[in-house]
Design a protein around this ligand. Structure first.
Ligand SMILES: Cc1cc2nc3c(=O)[nH]c(=O)nc-3n(C[C@H](O)[C@H](O)[C@H](O)COP(=O)(O)O)c2cc1C
Length: 229
């Protein structure tokens, strides 16, 4: 195989990507980064995806694409306003990150219509699963995760600090309502993008990064003997 410089650069970017959570008690100055954010999102959209999303998602709101994900971007100004609305009691560190972020991208994936068997009324019941456990849905999630990773890698290569959060309080129906995100979409990540270090902000990494294993601990070659005649 030919080893190119760009392959090395890509590997380096993959290794350099790291969770960075930037927190500030007070609002950091708003920086205009919409062009950069759209560049990251456009790159994210080159992720592989196996199937178009269910037709219900292609006609449900103004975003009618076949991709199994949707991305909703908040600039720094919108982040600061969202902080004001979030009840602090169960928001953890999110308010301080909303005060620090240059942007937040709510990334959802689009589950296929629930089967009649799973939801006879068509409406999710209390304690019913979020979505049908089908291969198709698994692949929609996988494609959306690939899109998020694309975004994080390009952000890393541009020196933009980033954090993929499960969302916590940002998953709440009330937040979806504020942001006008359809309730039949499922949040896969709240992606925070942060600017350069600032005196009134602190930055912390993740807990698992140092515990990563060597790949030989989670992969093995398969040796198959030739078929006997
Ligand atoms: C689907 C997903 C959800 C995550 N959610 C959170 C989260 O809610 N809080 C958090 O601290 N880290 C979250 N992370 C980041 C991981 O904790 C982090 O990637 C891991 O600790 C490895 O660290 P690294 O990203 O610095 O390599 C999430 C990562 C993924 C892939």
């Amino acid at each position: 195989m030919n080893e190119s410089i760009s392959a090395t650069a890509i590997e380096q970017t993959i290794c350099d990507r790291a969770t960075v959570k930037v927190m500030s008690e007070t609002d950091l100055p708003v920086r205009e980064v919409r062009a950069e954010v759209e560049r990251l999102i456009a790159a994210a959209g080159w992720a592989p995806f196996h199937r178009p999303c269910d037709a219900i998602h292609q006609s449900s709101n103004e975003l009618s694409a076949i991709e199994p994900w949707r991305m909703y971007a908040l600039d720094a100004c919108a982040c600061r306003r969202l902080r004001q609305r979030l009840p602090p009691e169960n928001a953890g560190k999110l308010p301080t990150m909303l005060s620090a972020a240059d942007a937040l991208i709510q990334v959802t994936w689009l589950p296929n219509r629930a089967s009649e068997v799973a939801r006879p009324s068509g409406i999710p019941q209390a304690n019913s699963p979020l979505f049908d456990a089908t291969i198709e849905n698994m692949e929609h999630i996988a494609a959306t995760a690939a899109a998020i990773q694309n975004l994080l890698l390009v952000a890393t290569s541009m020196g933009i600090r980033n954090y993929w959060s499960s969302g916590g309080a940002l998953r709440e129906p009330q937040v979806f309502h504020w942001l006008n995100i359809p309730a039949d979409q499922i949040l896969l990540g709240s992606v925070f993008l942060f600017g350069p270090p600032h005196d009134s902000a602190v930055a912390v990494g993740s807990k698992l990064r140092e515990k990563r294993s060597k790949h030989k601990l989670w992969m093995r070659w398969i040796e198959l003997p030739p078929d006997s005649p």
